[in-house]
Design a protein. Structure first.
Length: 347
């Protein structure tokens, strides 16, 4: 029996460096080390150097970078929740609670930003977890619907009761010392959050949450208290989101009902889907693509929402793995055309 080629197909082959780096943990070659280190070190170095090098950039684009890093924190928060099967449609809930807590601590108790921001991060995350705890038995779209409604509910509560300044909010808050300090604070927060979340996702702790996402009944049968486990992941995911809210409060020296705005819910979700859910670094890639694009389209007004929706739909259908996983796969593989052979019978 012999085979005759009848056409061609695309064949993916791992690069030799990828094979060695995946299977061998002692690498002597400088080329192998560069293959592993450079894709990780260059983005980190760029973020850490930007507050110094970026002084020559216009204040407007420095603000865009700050906004990008804020959305990146919210996207990382969304990604951790999704890793446990908790698909949130209301990241603005965590963001707003952190912002209002920081505003109260600063205006009501007179705490400096370097105390109010970390305290608001912890208190905002704890309050978010406490309010969501009775809802953690919900799954799928039901949990998403509740989280979508919570920021709207908080806005109405503030509006009708007049709490924390009511519709006028809290203003005249203490700013951070300088733009350089602001950039370094938010940059370090993003890098630490991405590192910690990636480490947790590969630990035994993270494997339990992935199991909850995939088959929570099996996890219950194994003897785990999944509501308590979900409460843990909500608290951890709320930390960067509440930090982002507290940071923005002191950044603009104001907190009000816009802290619960829909953009703080839709943009992190879109960024995580574009970059690639489940990778955490994909959330950063998506944020750095989406937020500058959003600023360039600011003159189109509400049409930006249409663009977000189209991008979300396009990436969900056309590239469900996201940009980060796609780029990582292309970096470690190459493709070639291989003949498709069909068996032929002969004597």
């Amino acid at each position: 029996m012999s085979r005759a080629p009848t056409g061609f197909r695309r064949e993916r082959i791992d690069r030799g460096i990828k094979v060695r780096s995946d299977d061998i943990f002692a690498l002597a070659s400088l080329r192998d080390l560069s293959y592993l280190i450079l894709p990780r070190a260059l983005p980190v170095a760029a973020l850490l150097l930007f507050p110094i090098v970026g002084r020559g950039i216009s204040p407007y684009w420095q603000t865009v970078v700050l906004s990008t890093l804020v959305i990146a924190l919210l996207a990382l928060s969304w990604d951790l929740l999704a890793s446990a099967g908790l698909v949130s449609l209301g990241q603005a809930f965590f963001f707003g609670l952190g912002g209002y807590t920081a505003g109260f601590l600063n205006s009501g108790l007179g705490l400096s930003p370097f105390l109010s921001i970390p305290l608001a991060t912890l208190l905002g995350a704890a309050l978010s977890t406490l309010l969501l705890f009775p809802l953690l038995r919900l799954r799928g779209i039901y949990f998403g619907m509740i989280t979508f409604a919570l920021p709207l509910l908080c806005m109405r509560v503030v509006e009708t009761t007049g709490l924390l300044g009511g519709t006028e909010g809290l203003s005249g808050l203490t700013p951070l010392p300088s733009r350089t300090v602001e950039l370094y604070v938010i940059t370090l927060a993003v890098l630490v959050t991405a590192f910690v979340f990636r480490r947790l996702s590969t630990s035994d702790w993270g494997l339990v949450y992935q199991a909850i996402r995939d088959n929570d009944r099996a996890v219950v049968a194994a003897g785990f208290d999944i509501q308590r486990r979900k409460a843990q992941v909500v608290f951890l995911a709320a930390l960067p989101a509440a930090f982002a809210g507290a940071f923005v409060t002191h950044r603009y020296q104001f907190v009000g009902m816009p802290a619960f705005a829909l953009d703080y819910s839709t943009m992190p979700l879109t960024a995580a889907v574009i970059g690639g859910p489940g990778s955490f670094l994909g959330a950063l890639v998506g944020a750095f693509l989406l937020v500058p694009l959003s600023e360039l389209m600011r003159e189109f007004g509400s049409l930006r929402v249409v663009v977000y929706s189209a991008m979300l739909l396009g990436f969900t259908i056309g590239l469900p793995e996201g940009l980060f996983r796609f780029a990582a796969r292309k970096y470690g593989q190459f493709e070639r055309l291989a003949p498709i052979e069909e068996p032929s019978h002969g004597k």
